[in-house]
Design a protein around this ligand. Structure first.
Ligand SMILES: Cc1cc2nc3c(=O)[nH]c(=O)nc-3n(C[C@H](O)[C@H](O)[C@H](O)COP(=O)(O)OP(=O)(O)OC[C@H]3O[C@@H](n4cnc5c(N)ncnc54)[C@H](O)[C@@H]3O)c2cc1C
Length: 274
């Protein structure tokens, strides 16, 4: 099958891109790396009248380092993170997450912003940015907004973005050099989305302890009781304890899926404590 016909625009700045989207009155669609939208167009799961290709906007491809945070443009490719030579815990975590996605050809084109805007619950950046409590910076012709990750992703394939709004950048708080993290994905076949994801961070100097289960039925699930147990004891909880915590927050998984999620979380904790 081939894509339905559409008008193609390649603006050179964010203002022009948001103006084009506003003029399309909900019939426009942003194209970033095209790794998800391309197949959707070909299968006619998406039939926009206008495609706004943001791949030529320089502002969206920058990475800015500040004392307490990194601001990453929405069009930074997964491969940029994979190749990142940054020995800090944050640099290593971002490199692990970016390098875990699909395979190199997809990582060369797919973008962090495209992944977050598509809001697939099994996406690596969705789990990682939830773990890091990133803030998403957006722009439309009317306003610029800052949305915490928890407010940006509303559910499966659903975000708080308006039809004329672009994701511009992701503001990621830095973690301390003593922080310990773990990232574990259960994936049957190399190059595919993971079925379950565990992501944890324990950053004592900043008093941060977070345990996240990804690949759920919607937004990533935070497991504060598990995080508190690890922070207080320095031990990894047993599998039934993790299963119980997941089930209490998000009931309805069958025993196999529940086990997958609990194993991913537990192995991420083991990795952080190793
Ligand atoms: C075979 C295969 C395996 C994959 N495996 C994994 C995996 O293991 N883990 C994983 O996380 N991902 C995986 N992916 C997805 C991949 O990471 C994509 O790159 C990503 O989901 C979309 O990024 P993109 O830049 O290609 O976005 P696009 O396909 O261009 O766009 C995706 C959606 O986001 C919207 N959009 C894009 N950018 C913006 C923006 N700045 N503002 C507003 N809206 C925007 C588009 O309109 C579209 O709706 C896989 C994809 C494939 C094809």
């Amino acid at each position: 099958m081939k894509a339905h016909s559409f008008t193609y625009e390649r603006p050179s700045n964010v203002l022009e891109a948001s103006r084009l989207l506003a003029e399309a009155s909900g019939e426009g669609r942003v194209l970033a790396g095209g790794q998800t939208l391309g197949p959707m167009l070909n299968m006619r799961l998406a039939m926009p009248k206008l495609i706004v290709d943001i791949g030529g906007i320089h502002e969206l491809k920058t990475v800015e380092h500040f004392v307490d945070r990194i601001v990453v443009g929405a069009c930074v490719n997964h491969a940029v993170f994979e190749d990142w030579i940054d020995p800090t815990p944050l640099g290593q975590l971002l490199s692990r997450a970016g390098g875990s996605i699909a395979y190199r050809a997809i990582r060369n084109r797919g973008t962090i912003g495209g992944s977050l805007c598509h809001a697939d619950p099994n996406a690596d950046w969705v789990t990682t940015m939830s773990l890091l409590e990133a803030t998403l910076l957006t722009a439309s012709t009317k306003a610029r907004r800052q949305l915490p990750m928890s407010e940006f992703m509303l559910g499966t394939y659903s975000t708080a973005l308006n039809p004329d709004e672009l994701l511009v950048a992701i503001d990621i708080p830095k973690i301390s050099s003593e922080a310990r993290w773990g990232y574990y994905r259960i994936c049957r076949k190399v190059g595919e989305f993971p079925e379950a994801l565990g992501a944890v961070i324990f950053d004592q100097p900043r008093k941060v302890g977070r345990v996240i289960a990804g690949g759920m039925n919607g937004r990533p699930l935070s497991l504060p009781t598990v995080a508190e147990f690890v922070a207080a004891t320095g031990k990894t909880p047993e599998l039934p304890e993790v299963e119980k915590a997941i089930q209490e927050s998000e009931p309805g998984f069958d025993s196999v899926d529940l086990r997958h999620h609990a194993v991913a979380v537990r192995r991420a904790i083991l990795m952080a404590l190793a």
